[in-house]
Design a binder for this molecule. Structure first.
Ligand code: IMP
Length: 422
């Protein structure tokens, strides 16, 4: 059985797109298991840049089947836009995309509500893509799944209840015009014909494909520290990027997983609000942002940058059970005189070495650092571990020792081949 799961181990934007692309050389199927068009997975192939939001990153390689799992919330407008961009770039998508029938939809009013919520107090810094409101409807049992598009009675009754509730909020809380059931229904009727060709009737196809011996790669979006259960709540996304989400979001069993790969950037970034103990709110943070081109692939927002946080990474490894780590963007640190790694925190003068799950505490901790000499040499495009400068090897070995997990992939540039595989 070959079922690999690629999981972001930090606050998203770890470079999962590149790692998925790399590992998909050898797979038959790539499955996205959670999140929605809030994600932005960037892949460079022969100098050409692709940013994928909803469609699995495997689409840029010929012959790979791409499945959108039931854990995803799918915005049909974003889906068709992405399809169009792929076609313009001569990527053949015919018969290569399947959407599981129990995948929930993001509808236009979810995006409006997401954006309105962000204007009030308690801003999370969301991507405004309607993700939270769509998952809210799913858990309220008021959502519409792809399969429900073909059931007029269901659409009618669920919209009635859903929009009745939304309109109380629209009128009294958001103070906007009420949502029209007719307009929403027309939108649903318009997309259902177009999307039907992608919809599988069977929600268990991923599990069956594994049993048939297909090689599968499960692609996580966002990262463990943005997980709704395990992340820095409430500054999180509304899904489970962690390993449990990979199972429920694709309909497979824990027994079917063969390898879990955690992707970690050589430093840390975060977009939006929320605690970030190792954040560099200074020129150095700006320098890393510029060298690493740390601007959101979905929203263009500048990402907050800081040093690698090992207690956070260890926490992530613990809850996900990483078998190996892929370190990305090591080349971005090449110009620095010295590089720090956080190995613990101080809280009220006391040393703690675990990652506090409670946000007010995490806001207060002061990082404790180990300082490393920079290598001050370009490592861009290095493909052999032995060619790395001694200082870079020392940095990587320190991470491995701290985590007791092997680093098996090191990315040294944005192109597919700028990679060390150990
Ligand atoms: P939402 O997922 O749009 O609701 O946003 C919730 C939080 O997750 C915000 O802080 C976003 O910036 C963050 N977030 C969502 N998707 C991504 C992503 O793909 N990369 C990094 N951060 C993300």
């Amino acid at each position: 059985m070959s079922v690999k799961v690629v999981i972001g181990s930090q606050w998203g934007d770890e470079g999962k797109g590149k790692i998925v692309d790399l590992l998909s050389e050898d797979v038959d199927v790539v499955v996205r298991y959670q999140g929605g068009a809030n994600a932005g997975h960037t892949i460079f192939v022969n100098g050409k840049k692709f940013v994928l939001h909803l469609i699995p990153s495997g689409i840029v390689r010929e012959k790979i089947l791409c499945i959108i799992g039931n854990g995803v919330v799918l915005d049909p407008s974003a889906f068709f836009e992405e399809l169009e961009i792929l076609k313009e770039n001569k990527i053949n998508t015919d018969n290569r995309i399947i959407i599981l029938p129990n995948t929930h939809l993001v509808l236009p009013f979810h995006k409006i509500i997401d954006q309105l919520n962000e204007m009030g107090t308690g801003k999370i810094g969301t991507t405004g893509r309607g993700i939270g409101p769509a998952y809210t409807d799913k858990y309220l049992r008021l959502g519409i799944r792809i399969i429900d598009l073909y059931n007029d009675d269901y659409i009618h009754s669920i919209l009635q209840r859903n929009i009745e509730l939304k309109n109380i909020l629209a009128k009294h809380y958001y103070k906007i015009d009420e949502f029209s059931i007719e307009i929403i229904k027309n939108y649903l009727f318009e997309i259902r014909g177009k999307i039907e060709q992608f919809v599988s009737k069977d929600s268990t196809i991923v599990s069956k494909m594994i049993d048939e011996g297909k090689k599968i790669l499960l692609e996580g979006a966002q990262g463990a520290l943005l997980d709704i259960d395990h992340g820095t709540y409430p500054y999180v996304t509304s899904s489970n990027p962690t390993i449990g989400g990979a199972l429920t979001g694709s309909g497979i069993s824990t027994k079917q997983i063969s390898e879990i790969i955690g992707v970690a950037k050589a430093y840390c970034t975060r977009v939006g609000e929320g605690p970030f103990p190792t954040e560099l709110k200074n020129k150095l943070g700006e320098k890393i942002r510029n060298s690493g081109n740390e601007f959101g692939a979905t929203t263009g927002r500048p990402r907050r940058c800081g040093w690698l946080d090992l207690p956070a990474l260890k926490y992530s490894a613990q809850i996900n059970g990483f078998d190996s780590i892929a370190i990305t963007k090591l080349d971005v640190l090449s110009e620095l005189d010295e590089i720090k790694i956080c190995t613990g925190y101080k809280l009220n003068g006391e040393l703690i070495n675990h990652f506090p799950v409670d946000t007010p505490t995490l806001m207060k901790v002061e990082p404790v650092y180990e300082t490393f000499k920079g290598w001050k040499n370009s490592i861009q495009g290095i493909r052999d571990y032995e060619d790395l400068p001694a200082e870079a090897k020392k940095y990587l070995e320190f991470i491995e020792d701290y985590l007791s997990i092997k680093i098996k992939i090191i990315s040294t540039g944005f192109e597919r081949n700028d990679t060390i595989i150990i």
